[in-house]
Design a protein around this ligand. Structure first.
Ligand SMILES: NC(=O)c1ccc[n+]([C@@H]2O[C@H](COP(=O)([O-])OP(=O)(O)OC[C@H]3O[C@@H](n4cnc5c(N)ncnc54)[C@H](O)[C@@H]3O)[C@@H](O)[C@H]2O)c1
Length: 328
């Protein structure tokens, strides 16, 4: 029996594959490599290059590898791109997602861990954000994830699907092997560290007039290794007969963009120049998690997510991989 990891060649997916294999699990990866890297996975990981909406391929993988559960990371995940090109997001994340979950159920796979996001909440007034906070996304990316959550809930009632939807706040940091490398890179941590390495002249700060103490957006950063661990706990929970649920993954502590850059300066010893730009469309001012439910349901607690450790781990990774992963 094996676990199918869609989007397993991406940032969070590859770190989760690494952790699952370290625990002795059989893992199969399905990824179309539009945003991921084969090099992020060890050579002996069974790998299929294809889209999650390819029902015949998913059915074949499920039978050939006796898939018992799925972790569904595959998605497009740029807020700004989703505002400019919403059709791309609804096609890739929703249309393909519907086909994917349908093919899994058709093949008898009834356990699913889903990558959801704090972007499904939009911009709530009250912080921290709990799972009872109303969801009203501010951008098409968030809507695409919320639609998938509604689908999972309906399928869970009607078809016996058991799922855990993990709403991550901001993933960051690296393991020994797997680090953050997107192309184009829109995330603050790798961009700030690229400036420290001299790969970029400076790091962009997108907006300085948000209603926060220093005027820059506040986010809750979670180490990718802690996220990987949460997926393993969620799979165990489903195997033990746990009920479908939606769980936030965050630390409960938020940092502004300028605070992250200041911490990166301390970790790297580099001045990291900044360039102030206009705000990005669809970006809320503040997103901080109440993750008490994940602790209660999964026993999950972040252990590697203090900001300096996050930055140090990604800094080590970027020094070893100054160009990121190689494309094949
Ligand atoms: N990075 C974050 O801070 C964050 C926060 C909240 C939620 N998420 C969610 O977590 C998941 C992983 O994020 P990430 O940062 O690792 O992104 P990523 O882009 O590094 O990984 C996504 C992977 O999915 C693959 N993919 C995309 N569409 C596909 C399709 N139709 N068929 C097959 N493969 C496809 C890409 O090639 C890529 O390897 C995404 O679903 C994202 O929405 C990420």
């Amino acid at each position: 029996m094996a676990i199918l990891v869609s989007g397993g060649a991406g940032y969070i997916g590859s770190a989760t594959v690494e952790r699952l294999r370290a625990k002795g699990e059989q893992v199969v990866v399905l990824d179309d490599l539009v945003r991921g890297y084969r090099a992020a996975l060890e050579r002996d990981v069974p790998f299929y290059r294809g889209r999650v909406g390819d029902r015949a391929l998913v059915a074949r993988i499920a039978v050939e590898h006796q898939i018992e559960a799925c972790v569904h990371f595959a998605a497009l995940a740029y807020v700004g791109e989703s505002v400019a090109e919403p059709a791309k997001y609804f096609e890739n994340n929703v249309e393909q997602g519907v086909a994917f979950v349908g093919a899994l159920l058709g093949a008898g796979v009834r356990r699913l861990v889903f990558s959801s996001t704090c972007a499904t909440y939009g911009e709530p007034e009250k912080m921290p954000i709990s799972e009872r906070t109303p969801q009203w996304p501010k951008n098409p990316y968030g809507w695409s994830k919320l639609l998938m959550e509604r689908l999972l809930e309906s399928y869970s009632h009607a078809y016996g699907l058991k799922f855990v939807s993990l709403r991550y706040f901001n993933a960051a940091g690296a393991t020994e092997r797997c680090g953050e490398h997107h192309e184009p890179e829109s995330h603050l941590v790798p961009n700030g560290l690229a400036a420290a390495l001299g790969k970029k002249p400076e790091v962009a700060v997108l907006g300085r007039n948000y209603p926060t103490p220093d005027g820059t957006p506040i986010r809750d950063y979670v180490h990718v290794a802690d996220l990987a661990e949460a997926h393993i706990s969620a799979l165990d929970y489903l195997r033990q007969g746990g009920d479908s649920d939606f769980l936030n993954l965050g630390t409960g502590r938020g940092y502004s963009v300028l605070e992250v850059i200041e911490c990166a300066r301390q970790v790297t010893g580099s001045p990291i120049p900044v360039r102030i730009e206009g705000p990005r469309p669809g970006d809320p001012a503040r997103l901080v998690a109440d993750a008490a439910l994940a602790r209660a349901v999964l026993g999950w607690q972040p252990v590697a997510s203090d900001l300096a450790s996050i930055l140090r781990s990604q800094w080590e990774w970027q020094k070893k991989h100054p160009q990121g992963y190689e494309r094949e």
